[in-house]
Structure formats: C-alpha cells, structure tokens
Design a protein around this ligand. Structure first.
Ligand code: ANZ
Ligand code: ZN
Length: 809
C-alpha cells in the first residue's frame, strides 16, 4: 500500500494558495526580515532539472527561516525577453509574445506542482511594459550621468545569433548562448560604463567574503583584472609613444618597443605606406582576438624607427606585432625579453638584444625569461634594490622627471548593451535632425515594443522595418526624429528585478526607496555558477549605480550566495543536445513532488554535482511511505499496549533530541540538507525499533518527525499533521522544533574494572562508548594503572558493565 501523493499534493497546493499562506506582509516589521531569492527562470518551455534543484533548495531555506521566526520574502518572476523567443518565432511562425506567455503559463504551473512557497502576488515578467519602462527610465538616468554612451568600436558578433555580444558573453572566443565562433565587427553601439565601478566592484568583495563562494569572487576578480604599474613615454624624434607596463623595475632591460597593428602612431609616421607593414596589418586583421592572444608563434615587422629609452637614453628598435592589443593599456609596450616570455620568444626569433636586469637564483635567461621577483642589476643608480622596491623608486623618478606616471589598468571593459534583435527593451533614444542624440521624454515612457514586426533573423534590427515605430517628433524642438532601433541586452532586465519584486506595481518609480532599503540586501541568493561574471557582476554594478542615483542605500545586493551544483546523468550535465534529460514532470507524475524534492536534497550537498539515479529516487519514495506507515501503526485504534522501561523511552527521546540538534546544525552551518535528511532517516529507523508504538512517547517523536521533514516534503507533512491533529492550521506555519540539551547527553554508566579477575576500580563514563575508549580511560587512571605491571595479553569487555584486563605475570 502506497500513500496517495497525487490527491494529497493537489489538495494542499490549493489550500496554500487559497489561504495566501506565502504572501509576505512587506510592511510588517514585527519579525526580522529574510529575503530569499532564486535566479528567475527564462521561460524556455518547461522546467529542467537544474531549475528544480535551484528552486527546491530556495524553498527549503525559505521554509526553514519561516519556521524560525523570520518574515520571509520569497518571490518569483520571469526573465522573459530574449533570443529563443525570436528563434521560435522564425521557426514555428508564432509571435514571441505568445510563445513566451504560453511558456510562462506552463512553467508557472510546474512550479506550483512542486509546492514551492512563492509569494505569487508579486510575480513579475520582464517583457511587460510595466517592467521594461523602468529599464528605459534607468537607461535615461544613466545617460544623463554619462554612464550610458554610444561609440564605434570593434565588437563581438555572433554570426549565428545575428547580434553583438558583451565581452562577458564570449567564452573562449565562442558565443555563450550557441557556442558559435565569435567574429569581430566595427559598429556604433551603446555601452554602460561599468569600468567606472571597477575598483568598487573589487573592493566590495570585502563585504562578500563571508557569504559568497570563494570561487565566484576569484572569477570576478580575474575578470576585473586589475594591474598596477606605470605609463612611460618613449620618444621618437619629437613624438612620444606612451607604453603601459606592470614592471617599471625592468625599464633598463627594455631593448625594443612594440606597437599594436592598429596603433594610431603607425599612420602618424606614415608607416602604413610601407608594403611589408601594410601586408602585416592586413594579415593580422584576419585573426581573432583570441588567436592573437594565444598565438604561439610570434610574428612582427620592423618599422625602421628607433625610440629613446628614458632611463638610459638608449636607442631601441620599434616593431609592430599583433600580440599587442590596441584596447589594453596604451596599445604599445616596451619589451623586456629577459623578463617576459612573449618578448623573449620574439627577441629570439628576430635576433634582438636580451639584457638581464633582475637577478634571482632561479633565473636562467638562456633558456627562458625569468618573470619573478629578484634584485635589480644593470640598472644604474637603481641596481641593488629589490624588484618590489625598484617599482616604487622608478615610478617616483619618472614622475619627478615628467617621463611617466603610476597607472592602474583593468581588464574589465564597458558593458555593450545594444542588440540587433526584436524581443527586448527598446533603447529610449531619438535622433533628432536638429538636437542630435537625445533621450526620450520621461513622460512618454514606455517606448512600446511594436507587435507587428517581421522577424527575419538577418542581423538587421527588426525594428528598422517598422516606420510607425521609427518616425517620431523631437519633444524638444518638434523637428522630425528617428528612434533608436536596437534593443537592450536582456541582462539589463535581470540586473535589478529583485528590487522590483519589493514594489512590483509602482507606477511612479521603479520601486519605493523605503521598502527596498528595508528588504535589501537579499539575505540569500541561490543560482548557477555560470552567472559568476555576467549577471552577478552586472547586478552588483547596477546596485551601485542605483545607490549613486539616490534610489537606494545599500552597497551590495546579495549578502549570501549559494551556487548549486549541476545535475548530471551518466557523468555529464543533462542537456537536450546530449539527449540525457530527465523530465521533472514525469518524475512528479510517477512519485510526487515530495519525493523529487527529497531526492534532490538528499542526493548531494547543494553546491556539489548531483548524479541522477533512478534507484536512489526509489529509495526516497520508499522512505516517505515508511513515514506514512508509521502513522498508520502509531495512530491505529485499539492498539495493544506493550509496556517498555523508562530507559527505553529515554533512549528514544534522546535520539529525537540528538536528531533535532544535528538537523538544525546541518542546515544552519552550510545548508547540508543531505546529511540533515539522513539523520531524520535514522530517527525513523529507531522509531520503528521502539517496542511500544502507539504510546505517548512514540506519538511525541512522530509529531516531531512530521515537523522536521516538512521543509523537505511539505505535502505529506501537511497531510500527516492534519491526520494526527497537530495544532497549527498549516505545518508551514509551525515552529522549528528545539532540542533540549539535557536530553541529548548519553547517561553515564559505572564500569567495573578487573585486573586478572580482581576488582581494582570503577570508571564512570558515557554510555555506549567503545572498548578502545574505555581502555584508554583505564590506562590513564592513576590508581588502576598501578595494578598493570606486565604485558596486557587479553581483555574482555561487557559493554556498559565490565572490563577485565589479563596481564602477564
Ligand atoms: C614590460 C614588462 C616587463 C612587462 C616584464 C611584463 C613583464 P597585465 O598583468 O595583464 O596587466 N602589455 C601591456 N599592454 C599590452 C597590450 N596592449 N597587449 C599585450 N600586452 C600588453 O599585463 C601587463 C603587461 O603586459 C605589461 O607589462 C606589458 O608587458 C604587457 F618583465 O611591460 B610588461
Ligand atoms: Zn530636436
């Protein structure tokens, strides 16, 4: 006989919603607040197992906090703009809006089937004008502050998605969405000035060290890529070439200079007219950025020019080479082949001078560059200094002479947000014949996304083909004007959605400051690690901008972050292309939501990979049935009474309180739900062993089991709670059980110690300790020790009663 999960789950899901059980009183300050946030889903069609894992973990945390007296806010919404809707439109001839809304309806239903405790009254969807008008409003505020700007620059172009990508969206030269090889194009595009916040984004890590996975902070740190060094001017005649270096201490070792093929000085000196240089520049244009960075074989061309090294007035040759990129630093470098491996390879290939200027016992510059620290040599008045000290001293010297300055560079680039696609937020800009580029009047927002648009996927912004959209009048001067036809990167939508949840219906502002200042920062954020350098960086950036616009007060949006591990099958991530997907709905139909929830939490700690196993899910299903049967046994009428000793009862209660403690600790410390569930399983086993099922003790233990299991398997817990008459109207309003520290202690026992059969002493100790432990205690007992004169040959132990040690005499 199995319990009827299907009707039980439907019954309680309806009751929870009817009673508005999870709708948060956002203005109540009676209890401490807890904002539990999960990364909102993209409505792709249906939930995958990764979503289920994310949302089940979030739900348990929310429920656990609710039971511990917090006013919990646990909202959900839809990251509803994006490319797949457009691709579906092209493929299936369905409007992106319809496709998206249908998917949302289906997936909302799936979330409800999982019994997740969301506050559905605050649901948002980013493709609604009520939401995206605030994207536009914020864009205008940023434009006014100079934080949104337009420029021509080489950008990453995905030939398959037919749109540009931000740097964060290119992984190893490939599109993050479709994996195609990314090309470079020169386009005029909109950018957000995230670089202005580079230092603060790094510095903010101090606030996150305790609550975020170290791995994510390291990824962000590397992405921001701060380097400290100097800019130094080398002169060529009356012209100056400025270079960036992180090693000013090696300045005396600079034996040549390299310009990137795009460097403006090339034209200035007329070098582009030389055929071999022309040829070289043409060839390097064919390479991707990635090829240029990784290229093993260094290539270059001599310019015929010489520059003067400012520290020693040495004349050094100037080369052009494509391992130097224009966008980084100044696009020109001084080359120190003795101490930079790329320069070393270049010098070897073209037979250029190599001069050692940093000495260390590890260096061997015949074989390769020495890139580490050491003592400065061949460096004039600076010789003898440590390289560390030398950096400072050389910078000071350069600054005094006006030849250079200290300089900090970041790898981080401004965030490119223009997309040549339809299904996104229109960028609220008009191009007026007279006034030029101006933002749309705030009063005219939202700039609605027109619905009647031909989506072709050709790479032209689809809005370009909608004259009613493009043609407009300038609100300043009345002249005719044209609208911007690009839409925003959808990562703009997700950069502040968690603020909108706090005040989703506000039609005067994106959100009310007072409400957001109470609820932010988010106490716990849960989502995938794939967002470490995209969403999580953008959201932090937005938060700081919003703060500087006076819209909120906190510095960081998320206090704690949990990145859940992947769900795998056969050792690899579940994915459509691999065909190793387990559909959540099928599992729910077979075993119920409680089983899939319990399984997902039990199979692995949240941050670790979870390998799907049909057998293990069977095990969880059987476990829930075991709990169900315990109720049938304990609460059956006309139960035959078997009396048990007080010791037996105490033993069961002790196990209960130990379990409460362990489960609480596991959840509190690191959300170790897997071990928490294992402890509850042990308690259930112990209860089954209890001889007097049906007595008050067994009932009191069972009641607690129902409460303990409720965050993990809420439906069965509700049903059992109703059946056994627990007092709360819903188990989800119950208090988390407390343990009694006195009941946890194992009672002590008196163990008689004999040496060769003679009583020599007694040891008072904890119950059920091992033979090894008791032996150690005996050997440490000063009195008994004296009786052990020879070699121990044997010992006999009767647990909790007697230890007889046989000694050779
Ligand atoms: C001289 C030198 C000597 C350098 C030495 C290194 C070691 P990070 O740490 O990434 O900031 N560099 C500067 N601009 C460049 C560009 N646009 N393209 C390619 N390389 C560039 O690296 C900074 C170092 O990378 C700089 O310090 C420069 O080489 C090179 F023993 O200058 B170094
Ligand atoms: Zn105008």
């Amino acid at each position: 006989m199995f319990y009827d999960f299907s009707s039980i789950e439907k019954k309680w899901q309806k009751i929870w919603i009817d009673k508005k059980l999870f709708e948060t009183d956002i203005n109540s300050k009676e209890k401490p607040k807890f904002y539990c946030l999960v990364m909102f889903p993209y409505p792709s069609g249906h939930l995958h197992m990764g979503h289920v894992r994310n949302y089940v973990i979030g739900d348990v945390i929310a429920q656990y906090k609710r039971m511990n007296g917090f006013n919990v806010f646990h909202p959900i919404g839809w990251d509803a703009f994006g490319l797949p809707a457009e691709n579906a439109a092209i493929k299936n001839n369905i409007h992106p809006k319809k496709w998206t809304k249908d998917n949302i309806d289906y997936m909302r239903n799936q979330l409800k089937q999982l019994g997740i405790s969301y506050d559905w009254s605050r649901e948002i969807s980013t493709c609604e004008p009520e939401y995206y008008r605030w994207n536009q409003w914020l864009f205008i505020k940023m434009f006014e502050k100079g934080l949104a700007y337009k420029k021509i620059s080489p950008v990453n172009w995905c030939p398959s998605c037919q749109t540009v990508l931000a740097n964060e969206q290119v992984e190893n030269g490939m599109c993050w969405r479709c994996g195609s090889s990314v090309e470079e194009r020169n386009l005029e595009q909109w950018f957000l000035k995230i670089t202005k916040y580079a230092e603060e984004l790094l510095d903010g890590h101090k606030l996150l060290e305790d609550g975020w996975p170290e791995e994510v902070l390291i990824m962000q740190k590397n992405w921001i890529g701060k380097s400290t060094g100097a800019e130094v001017d080398f002169s060529i005649g009356s012209e100056k070439i400025r270079i960036f270096t992180t090693r000013p201490d090696t300045l005396f070792g600079a034996t040549f200079l390299v310009l990137s093929p795009e460097h403006p000085s090339i034209e200035k000196f007329g070098l582009h007219k030389k055929p071999e240089i022309q040829e070289y520049i043409k060839n390097s244009k064919k390479k991707t950025r990635n090829e240029r960075i990784l290229n093993r074989e260094k290539t270059g061309v001599f310019t015929g020019l010489y520059a003067i090294n400012p520290v020693n007035n040495e004349k050094i040759p100037v080369w052009i080479a494509d391992y130097v990129l224009l966008e980084y630093g100044t696009g020109a470098i001084m080359c120190v082949p003795a101490h930079d491996q790329r320069d070393w390879e270049f010098a070897k290939k073209y037979n250029l001078k190599i001069r050692e200027v940093i000495k260390s016992s590890e260096s061997n510059i015949e074989k390769q560059a020495y890139e580490g620290e050491g003592t400065m040599i061949n460096s004039g008045e600076f010789s003898g200094l440590s390289s560390e000290k030398g950096k400072e001293e050389i910078i000071k010297w350069l600054e005094k002479k006006g030849l250079g300055t200290k300089k900090i560079n970041y790898r981080l680039k401004d965030w490119l947000i223009s997309r040549q696609r339809y299904w996104g937020t229109p960028i609220p800009i008009i191009y007026c014949e007279k006034c030029g580029i101006i933002p749309v009047d705030e009063k005219e927002l939202p700039v609605l996304l027109p619905e009647n648009v031909k989506i072709t996927g050709t790479g032209e912004s689809p809005l370009k083909s909608v004259p009613e959209f493009i043609e407009t009048k300038c609100h300043r001067c009345g002249s005719s004007a044209k609208r911007e036809t690009d839409t925003m990167d959808t990562f703009v939508d997700s950069s502040w959605y968690f603020l909108r949840y706090c005040d989703p219906k506000n039609d005067r502002l994106p959100f009310d400051k007072k409400i957001v200042d109470y609820w932010l920062p988010v106490d716990q954020y849960i989502g995938g690690i794939e967002h470490a350098c995209m969403h999580l960086m953008y959201a932090r950036f937005f938060h700081k901008v919003l703060r500087d616009l006076g819209l909120l007060n906190s510095d960081e949006p998320f206090t704690r972050l949990l990145t859940q591990g992947m769900v795998t099958l056969g050792g690899v991530a579940m994915s459509k292309s691999r065909g190793n997907i387990v559909e959540p709905t099928e599992v729910i139909e077979k075993y119920g939501a409680d089983t899939i929830r319990l399984y997902i939490l039990f199979a692995a700690p949240p941050e670790k990979q979870l390998e799907w196993s049909d057998e293990a899910i069977e095990g969880c299903w059987r476990f829930l049935n075991r709990i169900w049967r315990l109720k049938e046994i304990i609460y059956q009428e006309n139960q035959k009474k078997i009396s048990v000793s007080k010791e037996e009862k105490d033993k069961l209660l002790r196990k209960l309180h130990q379990t409460i403690k362990k489960v609480t600790d596991d959840i509190e410390k690191r959300y170790q739900f897997n071990t928490a569930i294992a402890h509850i399983m042990e308690l259930v086993n112990e209860l089954y062993q209890y001889k007097s099922l049906g007595d008050e003790t067994s009932k009191s233990v069972f009641e607690k089991i129902v409460v303990l299991i409720s965050p993990f398997a809420p439906h069965i817990a509700e049903e059992l709670s109703e059946k056994i008459g627990l007092k709360e109207e819903s188990i989800r309003l119950a208090n988390w059980p407390e343990f009694n520290p006195e009941l946890i202690e194992e009672p002590s026992v008196e163990i008689v110690v004999q040496i060769n059969g003679k009583l020599r002493g007694k040891i008072i100790t904890k119950r059920d300790i091992s033979e090894e432990e008791i032996k150690t205690q005996v050997l440490n007992d000063t009195k008994i020790k004296n009786y052990i004169k020879g070699q121990i040959v044997k010992q006999i132990y009767i647990p909790n009663k007697l230890l007889n040690i046989v000694v050779a005499e």
